[in-house]
Design a protein around this ligand. Structure first.
Ligand SMILES: Cc1ncc(C[n+]2csc(CCOP(=O)(O)OP(=O)(O)O)c2C)c(N)n1
Ligand SMILES: [Mg+2]
Length: 432
């Protein structure tokens, strides 16, 4: 019998000791930022394969970047979606509305009206372009940074604010973290705090749609950090195996709270390149170029609708502000990163494009911003009538035991009674 290995626990002298590599972000607070290592191709150069092509025909695109808007603010190349000026102005207004809403809600958190908020500043093009490229009844499985989709689909701002304030009119009765909306009638799946769970759920929904012979497709969004979760890979496997009618998006905004994208694998290859490993179509797009995002989403949605399979899209962008109201990015990254971001600001880029087309002006833009700020203000004032955080105007206490079971089981009934008794003892003035 052969002898087993000798386990001495000591390194063997003739081999180098094993070593791990731990990624480190390029810039820390105060550092000068140099983006010359980023490969940003000229707009308009990439070919646009047929939507029904073999998945492999897209793989060179996963290592490149689809860009449409050039330095002169003109749309160029085969990916130009040729949208009419009216649609472009609508997309501009929806991006600006999303930003105005984010700004006011952020201030609302600082004023104590809500406990928490998350902005999507700098990433508005991704949500707004996707909402425009999808059919209104396609199903969206979002992360917490796609409020722009809900706004683009016409969900009432007042309802959003009610949810954020967890007030008496909160459609989710204070049971979800602020900003974790759920809007069934708008094809917007409940946002989950457990990162990436929406990815396999979207694939499952898309498979069910196909099993039922429906025509609606699904789409989902995760941050690049969340793409390190097992759920991302389970979703990719199911999507590939069953050729599910789904568009899977990775929003690569470079940061996952204070962890940079290197910890999710960004130093090894692009996030879009993972498509090749699963054998599905993949696209990589300038996420701050709304025309490029629209074109990529339209391509992938048409492909899914024609039963040609799933697409993974990486949107290359930058999280221009903190992760959430609980975060202070000046503690871990250089402020120059956002200021010097070489792909610019998505709202400014579309604005300049419309001006170059002779379809917009600075004066119109300023007037629009004023109108939108008023619109958001009116919605917050309306929602405040239903209460803000800590002002007592929340859903009645006993409702927290309801809605899970059709009939309240005896043990929850007991807990409810005990909780109400304790509350009455502690606060005798308490009413409901
Ligand atoms: C499973 C899980 N792990 C960790 C967290 C804590 N967490 C919340 S957001 C976040 C960062 C996610 O970053 P990314 O996926 O890049 O999305 P972004 O915030 O940049 O949009 C983390 C780690 C969580 N909510 N769920
Ligand atoms: Mg991120």
């Amino acid at each position: 019998m052969a002898e087993g290995p000798v386990r001495t626990g000591k390194p063997r002298g003739n081999l180098p000791p094993l070593d791990l590599y731990v990624p480190e972000p390029k810039y820390r607070p105060g550092d000068t930022v140099d983006y010359s290592h980023l490969q940003i191709p000229e707009p308009g150069l990439l070919a646009r394969p047929d939507e029904a092509c073999e998945a492999g025909a897209t793989w060179p695109l996963t290592l490149d970047m689809i860009r449409v808007l050039d330095d002169d603010h003109r749309a160029t190349g085969p990916w130009d979606p040729h949208l009419d000026p009216e649609t472009l102005r609508r997309m501009l207004a929806t991006m600006a509305l999303t930003r105005a809403f984010d700004d006011r809600m952020y201030r609302g958190q600082r004023q104590g009206k809500t406990s928490f908020y998350m902005k999507s500043t700098g990433e508005e093009a991704i949500s707004i372009a996707c909402a425009h490229a999808l059919a209104a009844d396609d199903m969206v499985f979002p992360s917490y940074r796609q409020q722009g989709i809900l706004i683009a689909r016409g969900y009432p701002l007042v309802e959003m604010v009610n949810q954020i304030y967890s007030n008496r009119a909160d459609p989710l009765k204070g049971r979800q973290l602020p900003i974790m909306y759920s809007a069934k009638d708008y094809g917007f799946f409940s946002i989950s705090g457990n990162l990436a769970t929406q990815f396999p759920q979207a694939v499952g929904w898309a498979m069910a749609s196909a099993i039922k012979g429906d025509t609606r497709i699904a789409t989902s969004f995760v941050g690049e950090g969340s793409s390190a979760e097992g759920d991302f890979h389970a979703a990719m496997t199911f999507a590939a195996v069953y050729n599910a009618p789904v568009v899977l998006n990775v929003v690569n905004n470079q940061w996952a709270i204070s962890s940079f994208s290197g910890f999710a694998g960004a130093e090894r290859t692009t996030f879009a390149a993972r498509a090749a490993g699963y054998g599905i179509a993949g696209l990589r797009v300038d996420g701050n170029d709304i025309l490029a995002v629209y074109a990529a989403m339209e391509w992938a949605a048409n492909r899914a609708r024609a039963n040609k399979g799933p697409t993974l899209i990486e949107h290359f962008t930058y999280r221009a502000e903190g992760h959430s109201t609980s975060d202070d990015p000046s503690a871990y990254r250089s402020a120059r990163e956002a200021e010097d971001w070489p792909l610019g600001d998505p709202i400014m880029r579309l604005k300049k494009h419309l001006i170059a087309l002779g379809e917009w002006s600075d004066e119109q833009h300023e007037a629009m911003d004023r109108d939108l700020a008023e619109q958001v203000k009116a919605a917050t004032k309306e929602a405040e009538k239903n209460g803000i955080l800590g002002h007592g105007l929340h859903h009645p206490f006993h409702t927290m035991f309801e809605d899970v079971f059709e009939e309240l089981p005896w043990h929850l009934q007991e807990q409810a009674e005990q909780a109400i008794r304790e509350r009455q003892t502690k606060w005798p003035e308490w009413k409901e």
